[in-house]
Design a protein around this ligand. Structure first.
Ligand code: SAH
Length: 497
């Protein structure tokens, strides 16, 4: 990395590193309600122990936070979420009925269509109907495990905003925000680093397909200061305001988010997007489809298309060497949109997910109650997911945008100063059970055998962000080097004062 800096950059780097150091080394303060929170936690944790020991994690604590942000395991209010009503004993569940009618009418359907229907069908979809996150749900994610995770992402966003020259406007756009925990932790960092953000006008934009989850996000981020949009044709379907007065808007699609300098964050979003599956056969590539088992009418099975489909001819690379591939065309389109926005309006995207570099084959799987679940069994009752192909995302992003990573979660979090932060928290914590929870969640996030090496961080940046200083040209008098860009936090180790 070249070390030439302008005076202004030096000043900002110093301010930034001091502020970040303060945020990371800052004195830990226990939340008032922690005792109560721990009690709840312990009960839930014990219950979960029987299910899967490694998912026994609790929220740490860092700064004094609003009770709702501190108590991550709190059960969601029951009126927001009801599990699917049990269908009569003799009739197949409604999602299965819906899929079998569709297949009877049109023939076997692509896996991508199956996944889209099961997860996001506006009436019966898994994401639309359920609260799947947390100990009582089907899976648990890093922002739900420890608030340090979202806080370090908050620091990363500010660092990228500074690297871009501190534009006056900063749109934080999250794709698939789940319970809103990540956004809430990021916003807390923003308010602590208010003096760094200065007068920038910050707004939060959430792209969420699930009405149920959007209500929970609204509750977590705005309390009761949000309301549904009146007009049906308004691309914003809900609007609100945080405690600090920041505007929050909800959209169904990324396309609806206004243009402007934005930092996009997608945590465990791309793995939920529909994938096409292809199988190499003696006759060439064929798409894998979902059909009804002729011997068991209420059971689905995979079949291989007898002839090429539009997808199999357009989505498999000519030089593909694997025998089975999964391609998320929808993920590709979203990355193209992100790249275009970053090139045109400035900004960055941080994509965090489990995945590979175009090496894996069959990764399509289901999760129910923290256990693997057959992807074709009782559709709509379990989460469906597939590993993200970061090579494919990089290819779809195109050459106009700079791509960094993927780097492992362990590397990213360590580069962001998670160890220093942990030391401060432990130094300020004497309660043995809280210390145990802190160490356990740190271990879950960073241990290579747990989430540390399974999850990866991948970033899209404006090309100017990594541009090498231009060589001086022309007359001697005009010879001035252009400044070196600030290093990209997380992907490069930063030294904290
Ligand atoms: N980011 C959160 C939640 C991950 S679960 C976390 O890490 O805790 C996936 C999230 O993406 C859910 O909020 C789900 O409702 C949302 N989602 C899934 N498919 C989507 C789509 N096509 N468009 C918008 N949101 C989607």
């Amino acid at each position: 990395m070249c070390c030439y800096e302008t005076r202004c950059q030096r000043k900002w780097r110093k301010i930034f590193q001091n502020k970040i150091s303060m945020a990371i080394n800052g004195k830990a303060t226990f939340h008032n309600g922690l005792k109560k929170c721990n009690g709840t936690l312990k009960g839930r944790m014990r219950a979960l122990l029987c299910v899967k020991a490694q998912q026994l994690l609790s929220r740490g604590f860092i700064h004094p936070v609003r009770p709702s942000a501190a108590v991550r395991w709190q059960a969601a209010p029951s009126k927001l979420f009801c599990s699917s009503p049990p269908d009569g004993n003799n009739t197949p569940p409604s999602m299965l009925r819906h899929l079998t009618s569709k297949i009877k009418a049109t023939g076997p359907i692509p896996v991508a269509e199956y996944m889209r229907e099961v997860l996001t069908n506006p009436v019966k979809g898994y994401y639309v109907r359920n609260n799947m996150l947390g100990p009582e749900g089907d899976f648990i994610t890093s922002p739900e495990i420890s608030q340090i995770f979202g806080e370090l992402i908050g620091v990363w966003i500010i660092s990228e905003w500074m690297g871009a020259g501190q534009p006056k406007q900063l749109q934080l756009v999250e794709l698939g925000p789940g319970k809103g925990s990540l956004a809430s932790d990021v916003l807390r960092v923003f308010s602590q680093l208010q003096s760094v953000l200065g007068g920038a006008s910050v707004s939060l934009h959430l792209v969420e397909v699930s009405p149920a989850l959007s209500l929970l996000q609204a509750q977590n981020l705005t309390g009761n200061r949000s309301q549904e949009a009146d007009a049906k044709d308004d691309p914003v379907y809900r609007r609100g305001e945080t405690d600090a007065g920041l505007p929050v808007s909800w959209y169904h699609r990324l396309d609806d988010v206004p243009t402007g300098f934005s930092v996009f964050v997608a945590h465990e979003f791309f793995d939920a997007l529909p994938i096409h599956k292809f199988q190499r056969t003696e006759k060439g590539w064929r798409e894998v489809l979902v059909d009804i088992d002729p011997e068991k009418p209420d059971t689905l099975r995979f079949v291989v298309a007898p002839a090429p489909t539009l997808a199999s001819t357009s989505l498999v690379q000519a030089d593909e060497t694997r025998d089975h591939v999964e391609v998320s065309a929808e993920g590709g389109v979203i990355v193209q949109q992100l790249a275009r926005r970053i090139i045109e309006d400035g900004g960055a995207a941080l994509i965090i997910d489990y995945g590979h570099n175009g090496t894996k084959t069959d990764t399509f799987r289901g999760f129910k109650g923290h256990q693997l679940h057959d992807v074709l069994a009782s559709p709509g009752s379990a989460d469906l997911t597939a590993d993200v192909d970061f090579n494919y995302l990089r290819r779809m992003a195109g050459g106009g945008v700079a791509c960094l990573g993927p780097v492992t979660q362990r590397t990213f979090l360590k580069n962001m100063g998670i160890d220093t932060r942990m030391q401060v928290l432990l130094r300020n914590c004497s309660d043995p059970s809280t210390r145990k929870q802190l160490i356990s969640s740190y271990n879950m996030l960073t241990n290579p055998a747990k989430m540390g090496e399974r999850f990866h961080f991948f970033s899209l940046l404006h090309p100017s962000r990594l541009a090498k200083p231009q060589k001086p040209e022309g007359l001697k008098l005009e010879k001035k080097k252009s400044p070196a860009p600030l290093p990209v936090a997380g992907f490069t180790e930063l030294k904290f004062a």
